[in-house]
Design a protein around this ligand. Structure first.
Ligand code: NAD
Length: 363
């Protein structure tokens, strides 16, 4: 545990959730926390289906620019017309007391605007990853929610996934000895003609979208913040998918305790794994951060064994109910705006390192 002792554990792990000041955000008791979903794309469709597993959260309103979607999902989930909004009528959510939280599931460049507007309408916010397209936008979002006295949480669902939680716990305890190295690879083969490949909407390529899972994982597995980053980008600019965004970017980070992490982010190869290597063995998850189907192997004492974790509440319902609990109890979300900002600051440093071809010090 010698290295672990020196680590700053990411705020909120386990029972140590810090209490937020005041009680201005408490929602009415006796009913579930009401969510409005903004942006009815593919991930929103999955999220809408997950309210059925929630104990403390319910879907109460929809926001979309497409009337057909409002009708289709409105009818499917029993959302009355009075609770269906367009982007133009969005600000009227202020007058709807059934809505406690706005869940922003729009293209990345729209996260900041809708978070700020939701906070100004007096609502708490759940915002998808990446939190925004720049650290400056993240700061604006945090400030808007602080000023409005509302919670802000980022959709880092893996923190509510049992295998990832166990991996964090085992790494923290030094189960395979103090962590020395972490490798984390995330990527998929991006289909052409989508907003993710348009920098104006995505803010960047694979790193913003999928590499952020590698980045966030090494932060939650070490419980530390990196002190140095170096990155190399590899993009075929003749591939029409990559006119404005990067394909592959590999980055190496050094942490205060001496841990080194090597991460791959890619839009042209398919992987989803991480391995935490300690002095006595390793812990591997593959897939690590998918919606389901996580598998874990542990190598220790010269033997490799698969470890199974009882299926608990799903990560999506866990994430939705966590914010509901934070609102109910006026506590700080495990993955608040500061967590999204920390990743975005690193994303900016990774891009800078790749662009300038040098190591970037973060101290
Ligand atoms: P998507 O393309 O399926 O949906 C985007 C939605 O935004 C669509 O309903 C679209 O109509 C709407 N939209 C509004 N204005 C738009 C514009 N100008 N251009 C394009 N679309 C516009 O995308 P998605 O996969 O649902 O991703 C949405 C967000 O959710 C992204 O921030 C993404 O990173 C995040 N996401 C998170 C996870 C996760 O596991 N946490 C998974 C997938 C996506």
């Amino acid at each position: 545990m010698r290295n672990a002792d020196r680590r700053t554990v990411i705020a909120g792990l386990g029972a140590g959730l810090a209490l937020a000041a005041g009680n201005a955000c408490a929602a009415p008791r006796g009913r579930k926390i009401g969510y409005a979903i903004v942006g009815l794309g593919s991930y929103a469709e999955l999220i809408m289906s997950k309210f059925a597993e929630c104990e403390q959260s319910r879907l109460v309103a929809l926001v979309s620019g497409t009337p057909d979607k409002l009708k289709r999902f409105g009818e499917k989930y029993g959302i009355p017309e009075s609770h269906r909004y367009s982007y133009q009528t969005f600000d009227r959510i202020r007058d709807n007391p059934d809505i406690d939280v706005v869940y922003v599931i729009l293209p990345n460049s729209m996260h900041a605007e809708y978070t700020v507007r939701a906070a100004q309408a007096g609502k708490h916010v759940m915002c998808e990853k990446p939190m925004a397209v720049s650290a400056a936008e993240c700061r604006t979002m945090i400030e808007a929610c602080r000023k409005a006295g509302r919670k802000l949480m980022i959709g880092y669902r893996s923190r509510f996934e049992p295998y990832n939680r166990l991996a964090i716990d085992l790494a923290k305890k030094g189960f395979v000895g103090p962590t020395q190295i972490i490798t984390a690879d995330h990527g998929f083969n991006a289909r052409p003609n989508q907003w993710r490949l348009d920098r104006a909407l995505s803010g960047g390529g694979s790193l913003m979208d999928i590499g952020i899972y590698s980045l966030n994982a090494v932060r939650y597995l070490t419980g530390e913040e990196p002190v140095e980053v170096s990155a190399v980008e590899s993009t075929d600019r003749n591939d029409p998918r990559f006119r404005t965004v990067e394909d592959r970017i590999s980055f190496l980070m050094r942490f205060p305790s001496g841990i080194e992490t090597t991460c791959v982010s890619s839009y042209s190869s398919n992987h989803n794994m991480y391995r935490v290597t300690g002095t006595e063995g390793w812990i591997q998850l593959e897939p690590a951060t998918s919606y389901e189907g996580q598998k874990m192997w542990i190598r220790r004492d010269g033997r490799t064994e698969e470890r199974q974790v009882p299926a608990g509440k799903g990560q999506h319902a866990g994430q939705l109910d966590h914010l509901a609990e934070c609102i109910r109890n006026d506590t700080k979300p495990l993955v608040g705006g500061e967590e999204g900002l920390a990743d975005m600051r690193l994303i900016e440093a990774i891009y800078r390192s790749a662009r300038e071809g040098r190591r970037i010090s973060l101290t």
